[in-house]
Ligand binder design. Structure first.
Ligand SMILES: Nc1ncnc2c1ncn2[C@@H]1O[C@H](COP(=O)(O)OP(=O)(O)OP(=O)(O)O)[C@@H](O)[C@H]1O
Ligand SMILES: [Mg+2]
Length: 244
């Protein structure tokens, strides 16, 4: 099978500026203190994912899961190392990533479909399908997104992301904010994609769900891959680590 995602010794660092007063900033400058704190979100991460694999990304808060998905989505660049992506990526990475709060639901649907690779014409053609899938009350379509509830926001994001026939689907915990009916619908859609051979990376703290849906799991711990393999084994390892 064709390799669609490949990471070779990928590291991602963030440099954090602590909030400080002008006086503290001047003192730091005069004393030659290092002003930035380095956060190593991913350290030397290497793996390959083949077409059609369903891979769970697990690990504690801050382990680097979202950072990893953002690199694949191309919204963030690695500090070191190389990564290659083959195929159209549909990211559902953060509530509203790619969505603009000041724009209306209607405008966001079209804009995002275009960002994800549809032509304007295709985006308009699929508009109805997206609205229908989202089950959003039509009266909200012409209202700025900032007035939506988080669940409504997520419904729209999910509906757009699945409308573009992705080859690689990234799902980051987002489903958790939907109500039960919509969660069930999202899961059914993900199952359908899985059957069709779409490559899916699924970040979730719902370990049972990961175990059920994914064949493989990558377990991140403080930015490093500590396990990559069969889902059952990986989940067991994680459970052991957090003492559950
Ligand atoms: N934009 C950013 N600027 C600075 N630091 C960041 C940024 N994004 C992530 N980090 C840091 O990188 C580390 C990994 O964060 P990441 O969001 O990838 O974790 P996560 O595994 O998704 O956690 P969670 O389960 O809480 O969602 C954390 O220490 C976080 O503080
Ligand atoms: Mg995260």
């Amino acid at each position: 099978m064709q390799t669609v995602i490949s990471f070779q010794n990928v590291s991602k660092y963030f440099f954090l500026q602590h909030q400080r007063t002008l006086k503290e900033a001047l003192q730091a400058l005069l004393l030659g203190e290092k002003p930035l704190e380095k956060v190593e979100a991913l350290k030397n991460v290497s793996f390959e994912i083949k077409k059609g694999e369903t891979v769970g990304i697990i690990g504690r808060n801050g382990a680097g899961k979202s950072t990893l998905l953002k690199l694949i989505a191309g919204v963030s660049k690695p500090t070191k190392g190389r990564l290659k992506i083959n195929g159209q990526v549909s990211p559902l990475i953060e509530l509203g990533a790619g969505f603009h709060p000041e724009l209306t639901g209607r405008e966001n649907i079209i804009l995002n479909a275009v960002i994800l690779g549809l032509s304007r014409k295709q985006a308009k053609e699929r508009f109805e399908e997206v609205v229908e899938f989202s089950e959003l009350d039509r009266k909200f379509l012409d209202i700025p997104l900032k007035h939506y509830s988080s669940g409504m926001y997520m419904r729209l994001a999910f509906s757009v992301a699945v409308s573009v026939d992705p080859e690689i689907l990234l799902v980051d915990e987002i489903l958790a904010v939907g109500d039960m009916a919509f969660q069930a619908k999202c899961k059914a859609k993900m199952e359908e994609f899985k059957r069709k051979g779409v490559t899916i990376l699924y970040v979730s703290h719902n370990i049972e769900e990961v175990e059920r849906f994914c064949e493989r799991v990558i377990y991140l711990k403080e930015g490093r891959v500590v396990f990559d393999g069969k889902v059952k084994e990986g989940v067991e390892r994680y459970r052991r680590d957090i003492d559950l």
